[in-house]
Design a protein around this ligand. Structure first.
Ligand SMILES: Cc1cc2nc3c(=O)[nH]c(=O)nc-3n(C[C@H](O)[C@H](O)[C@H](O)COP(=O)(O)OP(=O)(O)OC[C@H]3O[C@@H](n4cnc5c(N)ncnc54)[C@H](O)[C@@H]3O)c2cc1C
Length: 405
């Protein structure tokens, strides 16, 4: 006789699990509080849809923190396996120049989602949308639905399954359903959790008003940003509140260490990674009869916005001094005081502490209950690593459950 499994949360990790489980062995029910599944998955597809990244396995594993946590899952279901799987369900992919993996041209995010939805239909998954999980009662899962909605627990829906897997997501983009409201329910069961905190997010910088009035919305392209020994090439956009973009998102774990300790974090922006400080210095000296702003634009090839940034964040003396301005170009210091609003973050960290689950993602304190996806306290940069992490965890858990049944 088949055992029954409840997947609670129909986002990326829940959907992946529902496709990977063996329906010959499991009677699968998927509960989701929204009217439709995969809302954040669709949001992820809105910009460039990075389904995974084509790094070598060794390097891929290193991109996760802590890397040891996902090593087994990533090794069993690699980025190549994920691309192969996507191809098998009708979503061919290609590797972009950034080594990120995208769906082939013409394939929209909704097509990718639909491919997973078709797969779960084939897998005879029973769908319960607008089912909002509220907690447990004597081993039963409690759900609020539009018809049962009531503060009275008697009126709420109670179901019992042999196994429950929680895939309730992190705490950003609440509109997609990832509200993080589940945290207190697990704390009540003695599960150690950390408050959710933005990752892969923009950071606040106190721009002078005169600067931001002119510079707001403009990109800083071909830069690299350093914090401590971490360095990331890419670009950022100057926003009214600070900076956002791939060159800063990826530094989130290092920046976070400062901010969570209530310390400001100093970042250094290399505005001209292609040239050494010596070369910049040499070019400035060669053209010393010309105006500095002109030299920077014409001979160092800095964009007007980079020159404006240098003028704003250096003293007049430094700006006009060949050595000193060359030094600032290679490492302009800016101070971050806080991250942007958590709801705007691409992902969050915090949530269930990793020590609370075993190597198969089962809660030590709540047997037969498992947890995968962004609910757990791991981190990875943008660029396909987040979805790959969810897919690898889902696959690893499905293999464990399919094997044991
Ligand atoms: C703007 C943006 C762009 C992104 N781009 C990329 C990208 O290109 N590549 C990449 O790899 N990643 C990207 N991500 C991140 C990626 O989408 C997430 O990491 C991933 O979706 C997390 O999957 P999850 O299943 O853990 O959580 P979610 O996908 O957030 O799913 C959680 C689900 O649980 C449901 N839920 C929550 N509480 C309850 C409850 N009480 N009862 C019932 N259901 C509940 C929610 O409604 C939701 O559907 C992006 C994210 C954002 C916001």
């Amino acid at each position: 006789m088949k055992k029954s499994i409840a997947i609670i949360g129909g986002g990326s990790a829940g959907l992946f699990l529902a496709t990977f489980l063996d329906s010959e062995k499991w009677d699968i029910s998927l509960y989701e509080q929204q009217k439709t599944l995969g809302r954040k998955f669709l949001v992820a597809g809105d910009g460039g849809f990075n389904l995974t990244h084509s790094d070598t396995l060794e390097w891929l594993i290193q991109r996760y923190s802590p890397s040891s946590f996902l090593q087994s899952s990533l090794s069993r279901f690699t980025n190549n396996d994920f691309q192969q799987y996507l191809g098998d369900i009708g979503i061919p992919t290609f590797i972009g120049s950034s080594k990120r993996v995208f769906p082939k041209e013409g394939i929209k995010p909704i097509h990718v989602l639909n491919a997973f939805l078709e797969k779960i239909q084939e897998n005879k998954v029973k769908l319960f949308t607008q089912y909002r999980w509220q907690g447990w009662l004597e081993g039963q899962l409690i759900f609020e639905t539009p018809s049962s909605s009531s503060t009275n627990i008697e009126n709420q829906i109670k179901v019992i399954h042999d196994i429950s897997v929680f895939a309730l997501g992190g705490g950003s983009w609440k509109i997609t359903g990832s509200t993080g409201d589940w945290l207190s329910k697990f704390q009540e069961r003695g599960v150690k959790c950390q408050a959710l905190y933005p990752s892969n997010c923009g950071y606040q910088i106190e721009w002078p008003v005169a600067f931001i009035e002119k510079a707001g919305g403009q990109p800083l392209k071909n830069i690299s940003i350093s914090v401590d020994d971490q360095n990331q090439k890419g670009e950022v956009v100057i926003t009214n509140y600070g900076l956002e973009g791939n060159a800063i998102y990826a530094l989130s774990p290092t920046i976070r260490k400062y901010l969570q300790n209530n310390q400001p974090c100093t970042i250094e922006i290399d505005l001209k990674p292609q040239l050494s400080e010596e070369e910049i210095n040499h070019r400035i000296k060669t053209h010393s009869k010309e105006k500095m702003s002109y030299i920077l634009r014409q001979h160092i090839k800095l964009s007007p916005i980079k020159v404006m940034l240098l003028k704003t964040f250096t003293s007049k003396d430094d700006f006009l001094h060949p050595h000193r301005i060359a030094h600032h170009i290679k490492g302009l210091k800016l101070i971050i005081h806080r991250p942007t609003n958590i709801d705007q973050a691409i992902s969050t960290v915090g949530g269930i502490e990793l020590s609370e689950v075993n190597e198969d993602f089962e809660f030590h304190k709540i047997p037969n209950n498992y947890c995968i996806g962004e609910m757990l306290n791991w981190d990875a940069p943008t660029g396909g690593y987040l979805l790959q992490g969810c897919a690898s965890m889902a696959h690893y858990l499905a293999q464990h459950l399919n094997r044991d049944q």
